[in-house]
Design a protein around this ligand. Structure first.
Ligand code: FAD
Length: 332
């Protein structure tokens, strides 16, 4: 088979409890852009049990074809049967590009699938594009501890597989007038493919915050000074109905939980408004928040790097500026 035999873009749709994960919708948006540049079709593959009714939604978000692998065996995510199912779809479809969310499931699935279809994988990408001349996928991700952004290509094998972090790509517009093809796929799964037994499923604590979904984030840096001073941020967050997040320094100091860390080794966020309070603006932090709609930075050092990405900069002491701001907002 030659590389030219591979056609189209395939997005792996992650569902949990029959709920499509946001990152998969974001990837449909990016996938469509790539498919258009290649002049090819965008397909989605959804794997699970009783999930066919989700296919139409994927068409509304841009998929022209939806491949459904529906089997009782696939009710819960188990590495082996899901790997077998996705591998079978890729071997049958021969897509040129495969996109997977860099979630815990995507990170488990994609290296195994890549190995089985004998191609490479570029993990944790923050940007994807098509080289206009060679038509190759340009997969960009932070490398060397976030000190450089590396653009990686997969010149000799197909498909070109990439995982992308949630929150990095924009969610596409939903258009309910879109139509597409829904295809049932038999992956040839056998009961013996299930090599583990699920004894108990512990439901995620619903109260757990997901800072990736927050519209407004008040983010703390080491400049906050102490865990006690975090109270100023909680007060502002309450007034503005936002969530509190932080830099790695704050998480390492134990002032916030790890799930609230923004940055390369934390979450990628894109809120409407991001307050960076006492954050220096290290590249590993900025990589996780620079796509925010509006960035307001407060820092006592006028030369802090965070001011380079901020839309509004306030030079001052956070422990004075934040309470003043909260007071003024309360008056509105
Ligand atoms: P600092 O860099 O110490 O900055 C504190 C800032 O507060 C300074 O700019 C200072 O001027 C200001 N300040 C001090 N006092 C006040 C005051 N009273 N009022 C106003 N301003 C004040 N970091 C992340 O955030 N997220 C990541 O995911 C992440 N991943 C990493 C991955 C790797 C592989 C590596 C090597 C590093 C990573 N880091 C990450 C760490 C990153 O390099 C920085 O060390 C970290 O972001 C610094 O956090 P900070 O800005 O809160 O603290």
């Amino acid at each position: 088979m030659s590389l030219a035999d591979y056609k189209g873009v395939l997005v792996y749709i992650e569902q949990r409890n029959k709920e499509i994960q946001k990152v998969s919708i974001e990837l449909l948006g990016k996938g469509k852009e790539i498919a258009d540049k290649l002049g090819e079709k965008l397909s989605a593959v959804i794997i699970g049990y009783d999930v066919k009714n989700l296919a139409q939604e994927l068409i509304y978000y841009g998929a022209e074809r939806v491949i459904v692998v529906d089997d009782k065996i696939l009710e819960n995510f188990i590495t082996e049967p899901y790997t077998k199912a996705l591998t079978a779809v890729i071997n049958d479809e021969k897509p040129e590009v495969v996109l997977v969310g860099a979630t815990s499931i995507g990170r488990d699935l994609s290296p195994r699938v890549s190995a089985r279809v004998h191609t490479g994988l570029t993990a944790d990408c923050t940007s994807l594009d098509i080289d206009e001349e060679t038509k190759q996928l340009l997969m960009t991700r932070p490398a060397f501890g976030g000190n450089i952004m590396a653009t990686i290509i997969c010149p000799d094998h197909r498909p070109q597989i990439s995982t992308v972090r949630p929150g990095v790509m924009l969610k596409p517009h939903k258009d309910t007038s879109r139509t597409g093809e829904i295809i049932d796929f038999d992956a040839g799964l056998l009961p013996t493919d299930v090599n583990i037994e699920i004894l108990e499923i512990v439901k995620e604590d619903k109260k757990k915050v997901n800072i990736e979904d927050a519209k407004l984030l008040i983010s703390a840096g080491r400049g906050i000074g102490s865990k006690e001073n975090m109270v100023h941020l909680y007060e502002l967050a309450e007034e503005l109905k936002g969530e509190v997040s932080g830099s790695r320094a704050v998480i390492d100091n134990g002032w916030l939980d790890k799930e609230r860390q923004v940055g390369q080794t934390g979450r990628t966020v894109r809120p409407d408004l991001y307050f960076a309070c006492g954050i220096s603006g290290a590249i590993q932090h900025v990589a996780g928040m620079e796509e925010s709609e509006l960035i307001i930075a407060i820092n006592k050092n006028p030369d802090a790097a965070i001011f380079e990405v901020a839309d509004i900069g306030i030079v001052g002491d956070v422990s004075k500026v934040i309470p003043l701001l909260t007071e003024e907002i309360k008056k509105l």
